[in-house]
Write a protein that binds this ligand. Structure first.
Ligand code: ATP
Length: 345
């Protein structure tokens, strides 16, 4: 990569002999919205804290634009963090909360005023400048916490599960807001979350982590549609996993023989297909189609959730399709939607 951006090189970290991170290597481009996604305990917060300078790695380096910043203190790094608990100072109003960091760095009065007003405007908080935190909603308080970090004009903004205190609807709104803000500023954002929907909605790229290692890095579409392991497939959403013996471009499965788009390098493995990529039809079309029966069907408004009687197959189809329990149906697996995976993954 170019020297612009953040490079995490061979990062290792253990706590009391237990490895939290093992050989992490990641390149994050300047201006990218990058997300560390993974289940609880996979090491994502530890990695974020290492970037921030709150934690020292046992081995490895943090490079910013090619320069090693590993030895710099958190204060010396052009990096700011928004934490999960965004505790605002209750005795200060919004304006003073946002100004606090600049004042303690002895930035001049007019400059503080310019930057605070700018940050409040960017986060649509101007009209709330005189309010105290108890007079604000959770979403508004979260925006104040963001303003407080952004007023420092960091090169890299770290976000540690910043939306987890918000309810589902507000979360979605703030996600859109975050994305808009990041585009507008061009600042590098690094988000930590265990919520795959959130990661998919806001990120340019996602690193899926598991047990202190990066399992896959890619744009949301890539990690969702072509997962490299069963773990990634299942962590990013619903996935049907079908055991398969593979010979060239043909997979033998419990359904029958399936034609694949590519020739995998292994013989014993599995095929992964997302529920919305499986098709249900009344007449048998072409290849990769088998007779089946509807075991259960649930109307979910924007789609139908269907379980078939074979292999626990789960399908999501358009809601206007009429299906009833016990109905005979053909199931079709488009070759391009089948992702072959090795049995060990
Ligand atoms: P969560 O989503 O629950 O916050 P995480 O993916 O952010 O999880 P980390 O908090 O980075 O995971 O923790 C990774 C591992 O390191 C865990 O096993 C955790 O118990 C351990 N760990 C983290 N910080 C410390 C610490 N200060 N002392 C001892 N063990 C720690």
């Amino acid at each position: 990569m170019s020297v612009q951006g953040l490079r995490l090189q061979d990062i290792n970290k253990s706590f009391a002999g237990v490895e939290a991170l093992g050989n992490i290597n990641l390149d994050i481009q300047s201006g990218e919205f990058f997300t560390l996604l993974g289940p609880s305990g996979c090491g994502k917060t530890t990695l974020l804290r290492i970037i921030a300078g709150f934690e020292i790695p046992d081995r490895g380096q943090v490079l910013l634009h090619g320069q090693d910043i590993s030895q710099k203190s958190a204060m010396q790094r052009p990096v700011n963090t928004v934490f999960q608990s965004y505790a605002l100072f209750p005795h200060l109003n919004v304006y003073e909360n946002v100004a606090f960091g600049l004042r303690s760095k002895r930035v001049s009065g007019p400059e503080v005023d310019r930057r605070v007003k700018n940050a409040l405007e960017m986060l649509r908080l101007t009209e709330f400048a005189q309010r105290h935190s108890h007079q604000m909603s959770g979403g508004q308080q979260q925006r104040v916490a963001l303003a407080r970090a952004l007023v420092n004009e960091p090169e890299v903004l770290l976000l540690d599960e910043p939306l987890s205190a918000l309810d589902a609807k507000l979360r979605t709104e703030v996600q859109v807001e975050l994305r808009r803000l990041q585009h507008q500023l061009g600042t590098t954002f690094i988000l930590v979350t265990h919520d795959q929907d959130e990661a998919m909605s806001v990120s340019d790229r996602i690193a899926v982590m598991r047990r202190g290692a990066v399992e896959q890095v890619g744009v949301p579409r890539e990690v969702y549609a072509t997962p490299k392991s069963r773990f990634v497939a299942e962590f990013l959403g619903l996935a049907n996993v079908i055991q398969a013996k593979i010979e060239q471009k043909t997979a033998t499965t419990a359904f029958g023989r399936l034609q694949l788009d590519s020739i995998p390098a292994w013989k014993d493995g599995m095929l992964v297909i997302r529920p919305e990529r499986v098709q249900l039809c009344e007449d048998p079309p072409l290849v990769n189609t088998f007779p089946s029966k509807v075991r259960d069907v649930v109307y979910r408004g924007s789609y139908l959730e269907v379980w078939l009687d074979r292999e626990d197959l789960r399908v999501r189809t358009p809601p206007h399709q009429h299906l009833s329990v016990g109905q005979d149906i053909y199931v079709h697996f488009p070759a391009e939607a089948l992702v072959p995976l090795e049995v060990t993954s």
